[in-house]
Design a protein around this ligand. Structure first.
Ligand code: C2E
Ligand code: MG
Ligand code: MG
Ligand code: MG
Length: 274
């Protein structure tokens, strides 16, 4: 035990960790200011049909352009926003902006596909989450079937409250997908009871296909699992043409990834839709 403590103290004063701690503290302080100063940007990444390449949806992905104009990745600030609780406010802003933009594109005749919004566990667990979703839809005028919520397996610990909440959200009419499918710690048992529309297979299962036979077998069985449960299946992180063929032949419905398009800023996405 004593040895571990020494290790912790040593690490604490180690320069690299001190720098990381400083970065973290500055992120935490600046997040709140960032939202006030309009420093958050939403990018959109298309989701396409594996068979036809037709755009079937778009995922909203947040970025932060801080006061030095430096772009900060969500991987660096979402976990901090979750720890401080700021994700509730930020998440509501993202939801509103994504719905508003999708509605504007629909009104301009540019888009007839849903927007997907990532929802963090804390946000999902908030007692007013369903009401927030309803209010955002009412305020933006977006029809519920044009909003998809992406949740990760981390929320799906088998609790009745989660099932109820998912049913509540489904009764509004929104779509629900499981993000990063296959990487969580929960049992796939939840697939039996939870009202879900789409499995988003994590990039980890795609990246070594089609060159690795083992990965090919694994990916195909995940696709079959989803399909046999009547779910739509999307593969994330598709970067190669050969992966598109493999997925399309394997019965995967949708793909998303750099091969088709990187996440685009709002203006570029609008141009693409035209
Ligand atoms: P995610 O929801 O699983 O999003 C997929 C991530 O993979 C995105 O990274 C996307 O840019 C990236 N990606 C897409 N296609 C490819 C590809 O072909 N190859 C590779 N290497 N990467 C690809 P991003 O935008 O940095 O987001 C990272 C994570 O941050 C997201 O993972 C999500 O968990 C979280 N995040 C992003 N935006 C939001 C948000 O608005 N709210 C919340 N709560 N979380 C968000
Ligand atoms: Mg996602
Ligand atoms: Mg994902
Ligand atoms: Mg992810």
């Amino acid at each position: 035990e004593a040895k571990n403590e020494t290790m912790v103290n040593y690490c604490f004063f180690n320069g690299e960790l001190a720098t990381r701690l400083k970065t973290r503290m500055s992120i935490e302080k600046n997040l709140v200011k960032g939202l006030e100063n309009n420093e958050f940007i939403i990018n959109y990444q298309p989701k396409v049909s594996a068979a036809t390449s037709e755009v079937v949806g778009m995922e909203a992905l947040i970025r932060w352009r801080d006061s030095d104009q430096k772009i900060i990745s969500p991987a660096d600030f979402i976990p901090i926003a979750e720890e401080t609780g700021f994700i509730i406010e930020l998440g509501e802003w993202i939801l509103f902006e994504a719905c508003k933009t999708n509605k504007q594109w629909q009104d301009k005749g540019l888009s007839h596909v849903p927007v997907s919004v990532n929802v963090s566990a804390l946000q999902f667990m908030h007692p007013h989450f369903t009401q927030t979703v309803q209010k955002v839809l009412a305020d933006t005028g977006l029809a519920a079937n044009y909003l998809e919520l992406e949740v990760t397996e981390s929320i799906l610990i088998n609790q009745t409250i989660i099932v109820e909440k998912l049913h509540e959200l489904k009764s509004i009419g929104v779509l629900i997908s499981i993000d990063d499918f296959g990487t969580g710690y929960s049992s796939i048992n939840y697939l039996k009871n939870f009202p879900i529309d789409t499995l988003k297979i994590d990039r980890a299962f795609v990246m070594d296909t089609p060159s690795s036979e083992r990965d090919n077998a694994l990916l195909l069985s995940i696709i079959q699992l989803g399909k046999s449960l009547g779910l739509s299946v999307l593969a994330e992180g598709v970067e190669l043409e050969e992966q598109v063929h493999f997925l399309s032949n394997g019965g995967c419905d949708y793909i998303q990834g750099f091969y088709f398009s990187r996440p685009l800023d709002e203006k570029t996405m609008e141009e693409q839709l035209k």
